[in-house]
Ligand binder design. Structure first.
Ligand code: NAP
Length: 219
């Protein structure tokens, strides 16, 4: 049994992401969604082996998990989960949702939160049709994000209940991005106040993000 399991939890969210590294934009997003949707728990689940990214373009999963753990410890509603990094093979969101459905009571509502750009690809995800039926989705957008095209695309795909289970939340703090943080570290610029101090220290101590990224690393 996972240590975050709470049989009383009626509304649980997966905060899905690569978290390379986790930053304040992610934390502010999760807290805003928690408040907006009255969530009992937010499970931050770093991706294991993403099907859409070359393995050598993403930092090792243990480092990403440990930074996620450090960043979430101070919030009683936040938990870091090893669920995806410990799973062998490619990481598919539908498998994560199925695993949570086995753990939580049948009437627990499961939310899935991630960046709007990631949602844009979701119709090509593994078992997308089923996934669309199992969760309530929250797409976090950076300021100025043009969501109309995404809304049209989703409505055209899920014609039965257009947009019913899709929500958008604009989060100004998402002006922070993981790719910018990695670039800052590489060029010796500060990342203080962009990530929690413990994450900043972890990056320094373990000398993450020192080497040049190839163009397809940038997300
Ligand atoms: P990504 O392509 O690395 O990120 C796309 C954009 O969304 C980036 O701008 C990213 O900013 C932002 N973002 C990512 N996670 C976020 C979060 N939790 N909150 C706010 N913004 C976020 O996407 P990814 O991280 O690989 O994947 C996102 C989620 O979708 C993961 O849970 C992944 O497992 C799932 N996914 C599933 C499948 C599948 O089942 N086949 C395929 C693809 C993705 P930052 O870089 O600053 O985070």
């Amino acid at each position: 049994m996972q240590d975050y399991y709470n049989p009383q939890a009626k509304r649980v969210a997966v905060m899905g992401g690569t978290f390379d590294p986790i930053h304040y934009g992610h934390l502010v997003t999760a807290e805003a969604v928690r408040h907006e949707f009255q969530l009992d728990q937010v499970l931050f689940i770093p991706t294991g082996k993403p099907p859409h990214k070359a393995a050598d373009t993403v930092s090792d999963s243990e480092s990403r998990y440990l930074m996620t753990l450090l960043a979430t410890e101070s919030n009683d509603h936040f938990y870091a989960s090893r669920m995806e990094i410990d799973r062998s093979g490619f990481t598919y969101t539908i498998d994560t949702i199925h695993a949570l459905q086995q753990i939580y009571p049948v009437d627990t509502e499961i939310f899935f939160i991630t960046g709007a750009d990631a949602f844009y690809q979701m119709f090509s995800w593994h078992n997308a049709e089923e996934l669309l039926k199992t969760c309530t989705f929250v797409a976090a957008t950076r300021p100025g994000y043009q969501k109309e095209e995404l809304i049209q695309r989703i409505s055209a795909t899920i014609q039965d209940h257009p947009m019913q289970r899709f929500h958008f939340l604009e989060v100004p703090a998402l002006a922070i991005s993981s790719s910018d943080i990695r670039a800052r570290v590489r060029s010796g610029r500060p990342i203080k106040y962009l990530v929690p101090e413990a994450v900043e220290n972890f990056i320094k101590k373990h000398r993450l993000y020192q080497k040049e990224e190839s163009p397809h690393d940038i997300s």
